[in-house]
Design a protein around this ligand. Structure first.
Ligand code: AP5
Ligand code: MG
Ligand code: ZN
Length: 214
């Protein structure tokens, strides 16, 4: 099974990917996470991407498609893929089609998380994650069971993203509207698109996705 999770910043792509990994034994391929790892490691890709990401603009199509290709090559062909935040442009849709064909994979679902943009700034400004394992949390909506301790790995260090400020979030949303929403009609005409209400609670969204995938 290979699925794409689409939705604007804060829609819940990362949160739901992590839950699908647990429920369905799939693998999350987040270009955002890959790029943040490259920035942290100071690789040539990271050096190029850092300022672009801090502005909230899109990194080049070639870079993200190479990252996805490399990740698919590294993982076994029997593991399902959740594409989180990729593809985001028409050129990336084309690249992904070519990459999937080369890896002998078919696309099963393109799932759009439908959200109300007004709620997204609140979601994003409350977001943080475990500095050790990357598990996602939120100040109000998704706190760890024990305050200050990661549920997954027990670590006590957390971090916030440098692009999670209001100005950058606005640019990220503009980029989504201008470059990513136009890829939906193409997938629609291939009969691949399903829509899930991303404004429901985290658990309810997961249940809707589980229904779709079972
Ligand atoms: P990326 O990391 O993909 O960021 P994004 O698309 O802006 O999306 P987010 O990660 O902010 O949101 P999310 O949907 O994952 O929400 P989350 O689950 O965390 O990309 C970052 C940058 O990298 C881009 O700006 C670009 O520069 C570059 N980039 C990445 N991919 C690229 C590509 N393909 N091409 C070019 N450039 C690329 O949820 C948010 C918060 O809300 C969390 O705290 C969560 O707990 C909470 N929450 C989630 N769901 C719910 C719910 N149902 N109810 C209440 N709270 C909820
Ligand atoms: Mg994310
Ligand atoms: Zn952790």
């Amino acid at each position: 099974m290979n699925i794409i999770l689409l939705g604007p910043p804060g829609a819940g792509k990362g949160t739901q990917s992590q839950r699908l990994v647990e429920h369905h034994g799939m693998r999350q391929l987040s270009t955002g996470d890959m790029l943040r790892a490259a920035v942290k490691a100071g690789t040539p890709i990271g050096l190029k991407a850092k300022a672009v990401m801090e502005r909230g603009e899109l990194v080049s199509d070639a870079i993200v498609s190479e990252l996805i290709d490399a990740e698919l090559t590294a993982m076994g062909s029997d593991v399902g893929a959740i594409f989180d935040g990729y593809p985001r442009t028409a050129a990336q849709v084309e690249a992904l089609d070519e990459i999937l064909a080369r890896h002998g994979r078919d696309l099963d679902h393109v799932i759009e998380l439908e959200v109300d943009e007004d709620a997204l700034v609140e979601r994003i400004s409350g977001r943080y994650s475990c500095a050790n394992c990357g598990a996602n949390y939120h100040d109000v909506f998704n706190q760890p069971v024990r305050n200050g301790t990661c549920d997954k790995c027990g670590a006590h260090e957390f971090k916030r993203r440098p692009d999670d400020n209001e100005e950058t979030v606005r640019t990220r949303m503009r980029e989504y509207r201008a470059k990513t929403t136009p890829i939906l009609p193409g997938y629609e005409s291939r009969g691949l698109v399903s829509r899930v209400d991303g404004m429901a609670s985290i658990k309810e969204v997961t249940a809707a996705l589980d229904d779709l995938l079972n």
